[in-house]
Design a protein around this ligand. Structure first.
Ligand code: AMP
Length: 393
């Protein structure tokens, strides 16, 4: 059975085509700058990658091209062979603790949740609606970023604010990157050879989050009501004292939207280094002795270590830690600094093993008290699995 895994953003559409249940990747790629000038798409198939410049006025055009390419490259002989499409949806609120087949009711809830995920849910919903039109025979499945975190207990997900903020407006910690954390915890379980384990998963990309997971269930996670909470990120502040907001508004004359833009787009690595939100640029700055790049990295490591240390206590110990995401999978120096800062837990970095990028490997020594791993995450295969399972059952 052929399944498409789709991640639709406001100006992009990522796709991977699978043969299921074999989980064989047949094709993958991304349409970029949809609705903007200079739009283009890249496709990877049979080990080859190519790029085309093309006018992409909207997502419908991107999907039309995608379906043409699937036929052209003989991924399918007829579009009827695509039986199901799985969609990444960022916010499932409290309603969804698992993936679901899309119905009118599901779409209504995704739409209602746009109130708390205005940057993501509208684009995710648009992706679903385009595929409903273009492949009317196929089942659509929504796979939520928040779903995995729904196992958090009330004392983990509530903020100590007036209780009515929660009951009336849904103010609580939801957590994000759930599909990635679930994949990582399943890989760690499989590496450790048992399901009853306590693990800490670090998804470190441009956005970053850390989760404490016990027996495959999320106990706590660093992102919160929105993806701006938790550790220092590329351009997001992570946790701050909220009283800073009215104070800086008064000082600068900026309005709330402008301040929120500062906290989402001008903070993190970018805000502190003054150089870039990309950790590679910050690393170049560090090597050149730029003190603000050195400071940004040091703050980044501090917040990560603080979360890992507190999750160690929360879980009552830890059987394994893993690193994923663009930084977690590729930044040798970041992983080294984190493991060195965790030496107090008996963790020992294996410097040779850590000298790697983008592959699954143990990066702690054999006598390290907690084994640590790099695990390239795979959110797409999780989307394809859930989509297949909900389609065949
Ligand atoms: P993601 O959001 O998961 O795509 O991750 C993006 C982040 O990964 C950016 O900060 C990149 O600088 C970082 N990254 C990607 N490749 C590398 C690399 N080879 N070395 C260091 N960081 C990298």
């Amino acid at each position: 059975m052929i399944v498409l895994a789709i991640n639709a953003g406001s100006s992009s559409l990522k796709f991977t085509g699978y043969r299921m249940p074999e989980e064989e990747v047949l094709i993958s790629g991304v349409f970029q700058r949809i609705g903007i000038d200079n739009s283009f798409y890249t496709i990877k198939i049979n080990g080859e990658k190519f790029e085309e410049d093309v006018d992409l006025p909207d997502h419908k055009k991107a999907v039309e091209i995608l379906l043409d390419e699937l036929i052209k490259h003989k991924v399918v002989n007829s579009l009827d062979e695509i039986e199901a499409v799985g969609h990444r949806v960022v916010h499932g609120g409290e309603k969804y603790s698992d993936s679901v087949v899309v119905t009118e009711d599901v779409k209504k809830i995704i739409d209602e949740l746009s109130d708390i995920a205005p940057l993501h849910n509208p684009a995710n919903l648009m992706g679903i609606e385009v595929f409903e039109k273009m492949l009317p025979h196929a089942k659509n499945v929504a796979v939520f970023d928040t779903a995995f975190h729904q196992t958090m207990a009330t004392d983990a997900y509530l903020y100590a604010v007036p209780y009515e903020w929660y009951t009336n407006y849904g103010v609580r910690k939801y957590g994000f990157h759930g599909t990635s954390h679930k994949y990582l915890s399943q890989r760690l379980s499989s590496i450790l050879g048992r399901d009853d384990c306590k693990v800490i998963t670090c998804h470190l990309g441009n956005g970053g989050s850390i989760s404490a997971i016990k027996d495959g269930k999320c106990v706590d996670t660093s992102m919160g009501f929105t993806p701006n909470a938790g550790i220092v990120m590329g351009s997001r502040s992570g946790d701050i004292d909220v009283s800073i907001i009215p104070y800086v508004m008064k000082k600068t004359g900026e309005n709330l939207d402008e301040i929120m833009n500062d906290l989402n787009k001008k903070s993190g690595f970018l805000g502190i280094s003054g150089v870039s939100s990309d950790s590679r640029d910050v690393e170049i700055g560090i090597n050149a002795g730029n003190p603000r790049c050195i400071l940004a990295q040091s703050m980044y490591i501090n917040t990560i270590v603080q979360y890992i240390a507190s999750y160690y206590a929360l879980l009552g110990g830890c059987d394994a830690i893993c690193f994923a995401g663009g930084i977690g999978e590729n930044s040798i120096n970041t992983r080294k600094e984190i493991l060195e800062a965790l030496e107090v837990f008996g963790i020992k970095c294996d410097y040779d093993a850590n000298n790697c990028r983008g592959k699954e490997v143990m990066i702690s020594t054999k006598d390290s008290k907690i084994p640590c791993y790099v695990i390239p995450t795979d959110e797409e295969v999780m989307i394809a699995r859930d989509t297949y399972n909900l389609t065949v059952n």
